[in-house]
Structures are given as C-alpha cells and as structure tokens.
Design a binder for this molecule. Structure first.
Ligand code: CO
Length: 464
C-alpha cells in the first residue's frame, strides 16, 4: 500500500505564504478538483483560517466550511485544533471546547488534528475526549499531533514516550508536527522507525520547507514506515509551506510508496491556484522572502508562519534592518522560557518578545501579556526549567500555578449566549464570539445588519 497524502494548500499553504488570505471564492474551484484526485484528506479549516475569515475577509468561517464540504463529497476534510486553545490564543472552558468539536464535526470535518504547543497532555484531554465522544456520529477521527522541536529535553526518546501516552489517551493516529521545518532527514528516519516499533497507530508527518530539507525528511520518514505525509499543491508549496504534492507524486510514482494521486486533477487545480497566487504576488501580499530557502531557520528554529509575521511586524515598525538580530534573539528567549516548541500561540509570543527585546534595547523591559501569563503557568507546564531571573523580572512574586490551566475556567458558553443573544442567531455564532469576541461581534453586527447599513468594516489586528 502506498503512502497517503494530505493536501494542506487550503489551510497551511496559504497560512504560511500569504497570511491566510485565500477567500472562499478562491478556495472552492480548487477544492472541487482536489476532491477528485485521491487524497487521504484535505486540510481546509482551523489554525488561523477562522480568525482570518472574521478579521480580514469579512467571511463567516462556518459558512466556508459548509461550502467546502459541499464541494468535496469524496474526500475527508481535516482541521487543525489547538487543544484547549481551540483556534484562539488563550485557554477556553471545557464545555466550549466540546461544543466546538461537535459543531466542527457536524459541519463536515472528519479528521481533527489536536495539538498543544507545549505537549502538555492535560491541555489535549477535553478536545480528544469530545472528538471520541462524537466521532462515530459524524465519521470523525481523532488525531493527536506532537509539536516537534529540538532542545536538550526534546529527544527521540521523549517523542517515543509521548507517543505511547497519546495512544493510551485515545488517539486514532499520531502526527509529528514539525512547524518550524527543523526535523533532519536522519532524525526523521530514526524517529519514525522507533515510533513504528512503539505504537500501533497510523503515523503522519507534517513539516515545512523553510530550511530546504523537507523533501529529504519526508522521503526518509516514508522509508521508515510513516503512513501519511502532508504536502501542498505546487503554487502554495515550498518556502515556508509544505513540500509540493505533484513533485512527491512524480518522485514516488511506480514505487512501493506510490500515493496514486490523479495528476490530471492536480494540474487543473494547480492552474486555478496559480491565477490566485499571481494576483497575491502582484499585490505584494506574497513576500518573495517567504518563498526563499532559509537554512538559518535550522539554527534559529523559526516556523514559516512566524517568519512572515515577524517580517510584517518589523516592516510596520520600519525596522527590517533588525531582522537578523531578532532571529538571533529568538533562541535566547526560548531558552529563558524553558524551550517551548515554536508553534502557535507560543511562536507569536516568543517572536513578539524577541522583537521587543531588540527594539527596546533592553531584554524583557516590556512583555506581551501572554508571556506574563505563560510565566505564571497559565499555558501549561514548560518542557524544561524556566530562567528564574527572567521570571522574577517579569512577574515578581506572583503565583505560579501547577494545575491544568483550564481547571479554573468557569463555563463560558451560556454566559456568551446571553450576553450576545441579540447578535447571535445560532450556536455557531456564539462560538465565534467565544473565541474572538471583539472581531466576531463586529462581524456579526455587520452580517445581520439591514442591507442599507452594510459597509466595509476595517479591523485592527493585534497578534501576540
Ligand atoms: Co504547519
């Protein structure tokens, strides 16, 4: 049996290269073609897509999902789900997590890929339990993704032990999520060989081309027994995105790993997506830097999405000349914080802290409030010891919690429903408000306003 392929163009591909700006109008004609190409699944929702719909595109993310589901009757749809953070940047109450899982499945998601930035398994439990509770009703599948990084604590043994634990927790498959694209080919071979011996679940690899090694890494993982790999259609592949789907199909064609994708449909989908990509290039919304191989990330461990965010932060401040300096500061911040893997939301937090440390000319003179919360334990347990001098400088003698952060979060859904009863017409609207209160409320007010009041709403973004 050949290797299975998940196409990420319509989620991670555009999240990594064009700040998640594909509209539903751009997506649907491509999705219809990909649906016929023989994929294991299409990753189309979750991650930053939900926020970007509401904040930048004036689109209802639930309606987008419905439209994609309708356009793809043959293929499983996959979403990325950040454990207790759902699709947002803080922890939500257990019942909001459960409701979001159930509604995602109801609207057509099959595979829910659940991860926690810190690999703190306590932060996955609600989402995993909810997926397992509802999956038979909706043809669902619970995948747990392990955030991959390297550090003195993130060894191959660490990942093997973690994989055994998530198998016990109720995962249907396991993904190694290498957000930064730092998994080396030889390490991938060893890691997947060890995982294959240690767990009985299907294994998947998600990596990024940022450092120029992803294709090699994917091939070595496949040779070691990896069952599923993530790739993106050529126009949204490479650079800070995933390896190219078509190229992998050509490379493996006729071998024992042949994914057997239909290249005619891929070509047609590629043509449609190329027109869209060219428009983004022309408007300057696709920074050519994001498409360039950057071997430095193998040293700094900066994920693709984070690189494009950093560039726009620095451009906004007129400080692009500080780019290399910020890249050098990132690993130092990471060490101070106990080696968190650089995945959302920690990638934005560490990135913003590094930018502040450089621009203020003094380390930790100012901090994003999320870093303060992290140091108080409110994101979960840091993988390694935190630098106590840094912690003291930032939070003083404030309490550091050791229980699961969501334990103290009271149910939120009903309160939200009551608060916005006149704006929300369904539970999906309430969930949008629960996740992104300010932007969702503005969006829904405009959406349901009488026609003559319709106007373009401009949102201000604060990420980090
Ligand atoms: Co990714």
């Amino acid at each position: 049996m050949g290797v299975k392929i998940v196409d990420t163009s319509l989620r991670d591909g555009h999240q990594s290269l064009i700040a998640t700006r594909l509209s539903t109008k751009d997506i649907l004609p491509v999705a219809e073609l990909l649906d016929k190409a023989g994929y294991h699944a299409l990753e189309v929702w979750g991650g930053a897509t939900f926020d970007a719909c509401l904040r930048f595109l004036n689109e209802d993310p639930w309606e987008r999902l419905d439209a994609i589901r309708k356009a793809c009757p043959n293929t499983k749809l996959q979403m990325l789900f950040r454990g207790q953070n759902i699709l947002g940047y803080r922890h939500y109450s257990d019942e909001v997590v459960e409701k979001f899982v159930q509604k995602s499945l109801e609207h057509g998601i099959n595979i829910i890929r659940i991860f926690d930035a810190l690999n703190d398994l306590r932060n996955l439990k609600s989402a995993v339990d909810a997926t397992n509770k509802y999956k038979s009703q909706y043809d669902g599948h619970c995948q747990i993704a392990l955030s991959y990084t390297t550090s003195p604590v993130h060894t191959i043994d660490y990942y093997v032990e973690l994989a055994k634990e998530v198998e016990k927790m109720g995962a249907d498959s396991i993904c190694i999520k290498d957000m930064a694209g730092v998994l080396l080919p030889s390490d991938a071979y060893e890691l997947f060989s060890r995982l294959k011996q240690s767990v009985s679940l299907p294994l998947e690899l998600h990596t990024h081309c940022t450092g120029g090694i992803a294709e090699m890494t994917v091939l070595r993982a496949i040779e070691a027994g990896c069952d599923i790999v993530d790739t993106a259609l050529s126009p949204l592949s490479g650079g800070t995105s995933q390896p190219c789907t078509e190229s992998l199909q050509y490379a493996l064609s006729g071998t024992e790993y042949d994914p057997k994708l239909n290249l005619d449909y891929l070509k047609k989908a590629c043509e449609k997506l190329t027109v869209v990509k060219d428009a983004f290039l022309k408007e300057g919304k696709l920074n050519p830097k994001a498409l360039t191989v950057n071997p430095n990330i193998l040293k700094y461990q900066v994920p693709g999405g984070m690189l494009s965010n950093l560039m726009s932060q620095l451009q906004g401040q007129g400080a692009m000349d500080k780019y290399e300096e910020v890249l050098r500061e990132i690993p130092r911040v990471r060490k101070d914080l106990g080696y968190p893997p650089l995945v959302t939301p920690l990638s934005q937090m560490v990135g913003t802290q590094a930018v502040m440390n450089v621009l203020f000319g003094e380390r930790y003179k100012a901090c994003p409030k999320e870093i303060i919360e992290y140091l108080k334990g409110n994101y979960g347990k840091a993988p390694a010891e935190v630098n106590e001098d840094v912690r003291k400088k930032i939070i003083g003698d404030a309490e550091v919690i050791t229980y699961r952060p969501a334990d103290k979060i009271a149910p939120e859904f009903d309160a939200m429903k009551e608060k916005y009863g006149d704006i929300c017409k369904c539970d999906e609207d309430v969930l949008s408000c629960a996740l992104f209160e300010n932007v969702a409320v503005k969006f829904l007010e405009a959406k349901y306003a009488p026609k003559e009041k319709d106007e373009v709403v401009e949102f201000n973004v604060v990420i980090g």
